[in-house]
Write a protein that binds this ligand. Structure first.
Ligand SMILES: C=C(O[C@@H]1C=C(C(=O)O)C=C[C@H]1O)C(=O)O
Length: 197
């Protein structure tokens, strides 16, 4: 049995391959900033920073950020909360080789959304989204269960997406694990056309 830390998912270029229910597929394929959409779907949005420090990256992530094997990277873990309910677990890794000029705002982000620094910086280019079905035993799910305090065996399958961002010589990989509560978010109020004439 492969050690949990080395277990990998199949990351696919098209969301249809992960078999997500339609409502989850809609979230997985959010085209722009996920932060912006979550803000629109909730009364109060918060980025809860869990950890931002050096750590070993996951086997899934090493190749995606140009590393021949898992090694220490800068890691950022967050829970995105809508009206205080956790709806997305965010895991971001940056190679230690990155210079401060590659990602000038990354280290001091705190509880500001990474998305606000990625989507509004003209020097940042965004790669293609990839999608995966994370099954029990994937190391990201162990993290999700740790932070959510869920004891007992992993039963549920989660859906995730990831995207590689580039800026100057730097790369940064954001992985978002969508929690079931994201499906409870109400659609934003639409301003119906009251002009009935
Ligand atoms: C990439 C984005 O940033 C979000 C914010 C994150 C953070 O602050 O660490 C992590 C995951 C993302 O969902 C986005 O808003 O799309």
């Amino acid at each position: 049995m492969r050690p949990a830390s080395l277990r990998r998912a199949r990351w696919l270029a098209h969301p249809d391959g992960v078999g997500a229910p339609a409502a989850m597929r809609d979230w997985l394929t959010t085209p722009g900033s996920l932060t912006a959409r979550l803000i629109a779907h909730s009364g109060h949005f918060r980025v809860q920073k869990l950890r931002q420090a050096g750590n070993m990256c996951l086997a899934d992530e090493a190749a995606a950020i140009g590393l021949a094997r898992p090694q220490r990277v800068w890691e950022r873990e967050v829970l995105l909360r809508c009206d205080d309910r956790p709806v997305v677990y965010g895991h971001t890794v940056v190679p230690m080789s990155a210079s401060a000029s590659d990602w000038p705002l990354f280290s001091a982000l705190g509880e500001r959304s990474l998305g606000t620094t990625l989507f509004y910086d003209p020097k940042v280019t965004r790669g293609e989204l990839e999608f995966a079905r994370l099954r029990p035993g994937h190391p990201l799910l162990a993290r999700v269960h740790d932070v959510l305090g869920i004891d007992g065996p992993l039963h549920e399958t989660y859906f995730a997406r990831r995207c590689l961002y580039r800026r100057r010589q730097g790369v940064l990989l954001v992985t978002e694990v969508f929690l079931p509560a994201v499906l409870d978010l109400a659609a934003p109020a639409t301003h119906m056309n009251t002009n009935t004439k």
